[in-house]
Design a protein around this ligand. Structure first.
Ligand code: TGC
Ligand code: FAD
Length: 390
C-alpha cells in the first residue's frame, strides 16, 4: 500500500484497538483519495469543496460520538480524535467543517436540546443533509464572549433576535445556526436559527490568507422571529457554548497533530531525495536537527492526546487539560510547518507541496477556539488559582 504511515516512534499503535486502526485506515484512505488531490486547487481559488460533504458524512466525521439512535456513529473519543487527525492531515479547513458540524452544532443539540430537537435535527446533520454553523464570536467580543450583545426578546410564541456574529465557519452555506444570545435578564441562551427566517443573512468573509478552502462568514440578525421551540431548553450561561468548545478543542488537539505529521513526512521524504553538495540534504546535521526535533515533538504530542482521549472516555478530562493539549498541538504543528517549509527551500513556498497551506491554515487554528494566549492563561489560572482575565 502506498498509504502514508503515521510516525509512530513510541509504538503507540499498540495502545489502539483494531477498530481504531480500521477507522484510521478508512479515513486516511478517503483523505488521500478525495481530499489531497483537489485541496490545493480549492485553497488557491479560496473555494470550499462542497462536494466533499457527502464523503465526510460517510466516513462518520459528523458527530462520531453522538449515539446511533440519533444518527451518530456512537464511537468513543479515541476514534473521534483519530478521525480529526486524519482529516487535518489533508487540510485544517476540512477538519474545521467536521469540527463545527459535530462538536459545535450536533453536540449542543444533543447535550442541551429537547427530545424533539434531537430527533428533528441530529440524523440529518449526521448524514450531511443539513449543515450547521456555530455563532459565538461577535465583532467586539472574541476572546471575551461573555460580553456579547446579540440578544433575544420575548414576543409571545417567538423570540425576536438581534445582533451579529463574525468569523463563523460554514456560515455561507449552513442550513441552520446554533446561536448564542442574551435574554432580557442577561443570561446567555442557545437558539437554532434556520436559513430562510426573515431578517437572517450570512454574508461571506473574503480575502483570507488562511483556511482558504473553508467558507467563513457573518451571521446578521435583524429582528429575526425565532419560534420558542427553537430555544435549547437545557442550558443557560456561558458554560453552554464553552461546553461545546471543550469538544471542538479536543478534536483540534488531535487534528493539528495530523497537519504536523503531514509536514514532517513531506520534509523527511524531501530530505532523502534532494541532493545538494553531492549528498541528500538529510545527511546534513542542521537538517537532521530539524527532523529530530519534529519527530520528538510529534511523539510527545501523540502521548498527550492519547492520554487525554482515555481521560475523555472516562469523563475525567478537565477543560484546562483540553486547553493544554489544544495549545500544545497547534504550537508544535505551526513550528514544524515553518521548519519543514525551510527544508524544502524554494519548493516549500509552492502548492506542489502541502506545507505552506498547512502553515497558513494553522494561523487560524492558533487563533480560533480560544487563542494561544487565552489557553495559556487558562493553564495559568488552573495551576495558580488566580484569574488573570478579570
Ligand atoms: P468564566 O467566568 O470563567 O466562566 C463562565 C462560566 O462558564 C464555565 N466554564 C466552562 N464550562 C465548560 N467548559 C469550559 N471550558 C468552561 N470554562 C468556563 C464556568 O465554570 C462558568 O460557569 P458558571 O456556572 O459559574 O456560570 O468566564 P469568562 O467570561 O471569565 O471567560 C473565560 C474564558 C476567557 C476562558 C472563555 O471565555 C474563553 O474560553 N474564551 C475564548 C473564546 C473562544 O474560545 N471562542 C471560540 C469561538 S468558536 C470557534 O472559534 C470555532 S472555530 C471552529 C472551526 O472552524 O474549527
Ligand atoms: P481578540 O479577542 O480581539 O484578541 C486579540 C488578541 O488579544 C489575541 O492575541 C488575544 O490572545 C489577545 N487577548 C485577548 N484577551 C486577552 C487577555 N485577557 N489577556 C491577554 N491577551 C488577550 N467563532 C465562532 O463563534 N464560530 C466559528 O465558527 C468561528 N470560526 C472561525 C474561523 C476562522 C477562520 C477564524 C479566524 C476565527 C473563527 N472564529 C469563530 C472566531 C475565533 O474564535 C476568534 O477569532 C477568537 O476567539 C479570537 O477572538 P478575536 O479574533 O476577536 O480576537
Amino acid at each position: 500500500t502506498d498509504l502514508y504511515e503515521a510516525p509512530d516512534y513510541y509504538l503507540l499503535d499498540e495502545l489502539l484497538s483494531e477498530e481504531h486502526k480500521l477507522i484510521r485506515a478508512s479515513v486516511r484512505e478517503w483523505v488521500k483519495k478525495e481530499v489531497s488531490p483537489v485541496i490545493e486547487d480549492y485553497a488557491q481559488r479560496a473555494e470550499f469543496p462542497k462536494h466533499l460533504l457527502k464523503g465526510l458524512a460517510e466516513i462518520g466525521a459528523f458527530g462520531p460520538t453522538i449515539p446511533e439512535q440519533y444518527g451518530g456513529a456512537g464511537l468513543d473519543y479515541m476514534a473521534y480524535g483519530i478521525i480529526m487527525q486524519e482529516i487535518e492531515r489533508g487540510d485544517s479547513g476540512i477538519r474545521s467543517t467536521a469540527s463545527v458540524q459535530g462538536s459545535l452544532v450536533m453536540f449542543p443539540i444533543y447535550a442541551y436540546g429537547s427530545e424533539e430537537q434531537k430527533h428533528k435535527y441530529l440524523p440529518k446533520l449526521a448524514s450531511g443533509e443539513l449543515m450547521g454553523c456555530f455563532g459565538l464570536t461577535e465583532p467586539d467580543h472574541g476572546s471575551n464572549p461573555g460580553g456579547m450583545v446579540t440578544n433575544i426578546k420575548d414576543a409571545g410564541d417567538n423570540y425576536i433576535l438581534n445582533g451579529a456574529k463574525m468569523w463563523i465557519s460554514n456560515a455561507p452555506f449552513a442550513d441552520i445556526a446554533v446561536v448564542w444570545a442574551k435574554d432580557e435578564k442577561g443570561k446567555i441562551r442557545g437558539l437554532i436559527v434556520e436559513r430562510g427566517m426573515e431578517g437572517f443573512t450570512t454574508p461571506e468573509t473574503h480575502n483570507k490568507w488562511s483556511l482558504r478552502a473553508s467558507a467563513t462568514g457573518e451571521l446578521v440578525f435583524d429582528n429575526v422571529k425565532v419560534p420558542k421551540e427553537n430555544l435549547l431548553p437545557n442550558v443557560s450561561g456561558l458554560k453552554g457554548p464553552l461546553g461545546c468548545l471543550n469538544q471542538a478543542r479536543y478534536g483540534i488537539a488531535w487534528g493539528a497533530l495530523g497537519a504536523a505529521m503531514d509536514c514532517y513526512d513531506t520534509a523527511l521524504r524531501y530530505s532523502k531525495e534532494r541532493v545538494q553538495f553531492g549528498r541528500p540534504i538529510g545527511g546534513f546535521q542542521l537538517q537532521q536537527k530539524k527532523l529530530a526535533e519534529m519527530i520528538t515533538e510529534i511523539t510527545k504530542g501523540q502521548l498527550l492526546v492519547w492520554r487525554l482521549a482515555t481521560l475523555k472516555n472516562e469523563n475525567r478530562a478537565t477543560a484546562a487539560q483540553i486547553s493544554m493539549a489544544k495549545r500544545n498541538s497547534v504550537e508544535i504543528a505551526i513550528n514544524i510547518a515553518r521548519e519543514a517549509r525551510q527544508m524544502l527551500g524554494g519548493m516549500g513556498i509552492t502548492g506542489e507541496y502541502p506545507i505552506m497551506r498547512h502553515m497558513a491554515n494553522l494561523e487560524s487554528v492558533i487563533t480560533y477556539e480560544g487563542t494561544h494566549d487565552i489557553h495559556l492563561l487558562i493553564t495559568g489560572m488552573d495551576v495558580t488559582g488566580e484569574n488573570a482575565f478579570k
